[in-house]
Design a protein around this ligand. Sequence first.
Ligand code: NDP
Ligand code: OXD
Length: 311
Amino acid sequence: MPITVQFAAGPDLWPAYRAPLAEAFAEAGLDVEMAEKIAPEQVDYIVFAPGGTISDFAPYTRCKAVLNLWAGVEKIVGLPGLTMPLCRMVDPALTEGMVEYVVGNVLRHHLGLDTHVLNQDGIWRHNLIPPVARERKVTMLGLGALGAACGQALAALNFPVTGWSRTPKEVPGLTCLSGPEGLARALTGAEIVVLLLPLTAETTNLIDAGRLALLAPGAALINPGRGPLIDDAALLAALDAGRLGHATLDVFRTEPLPPEHPFWAHPRVTVTPHIAADTRPASASRVIAENIRRGEAGVPFLHRVDRARGY
Ligand code: NDP
Ligand code: OXD
């Protein structure tokens, strides 16, 4: 009997995923019947994404796993009836995209490129020589699939990178800290801080006025993690006071960011529209196929979400 897979990530994604998923299933030797709508009691696996077409998973009594196309699962972990295993996306191409976004934005702030890009005014500012990377303290909050890869890419450029995670970690090339005391150490004197944490009860408003005050004067904050990691009012106050030099924000409490939101017009804020790193259909489909292969072989799923942790 074929394995039944419901593509419930939404009609917008279906055209982009239909062929790559079918190809990945064939490559993995899986006999799959996939559709956007299947009788719930006949579904073996669900491919899902925030805003997908299922709001209550209880009728999916045979479902062996929900396979999310996004890395972040904060909008999914609490959905009604979602008691079967939930797997998040760790996609090599998504990771590559995030490394490029983070390295590009760190270099922008490190090199002070804005001064030159925004001031082509005939003034020869030869005095503005940036330090070399080894003199620029970077802190990476989150040392998971994305934070560790970005931290290592920055370390390869000679930035001294301090990373912080919930549990103790060892990432080659990085100074790794954990726990509340580790956070204060990671932030104190940091000149560029990157947020690659998941959104959970523990990480909401993590970057508040007190923690912003620990950073080096004029520091830059780059947030491709999730909007609510930062207390927005504290961020704006630190930027207005000039204590924080710049915030590059890719994610927000409300998305799309409303046109009247103060971030859009703030001279020290750069808004990017949640484009830091997208899941890529070809490589993500292979991850989905591998997890279905594992489910059928009785092997533990990859990237399974721990509901108690929330990520
Ligand atoms: P992972 O689950 O692999 O890593 C999460 C990291 O955060 C881990 O190191 C974890 O610690 C750490 N962490 C979690 N909770 C805490 C806490 N309370 N205190 C300290 N550290 C904590 O996630 P990914 O790296 O794959 O992704 C990170 C986030 O990036 C996603 O959740 C999503 O929000 C965001 N994202 C944004 C995208 C964009 O385009 N803007 C694209 C993709 C993802 P530990 O190692 O101890 O578990
Ligand atoms: C994700 C995202 O979580 O795109 O994958 O933000």
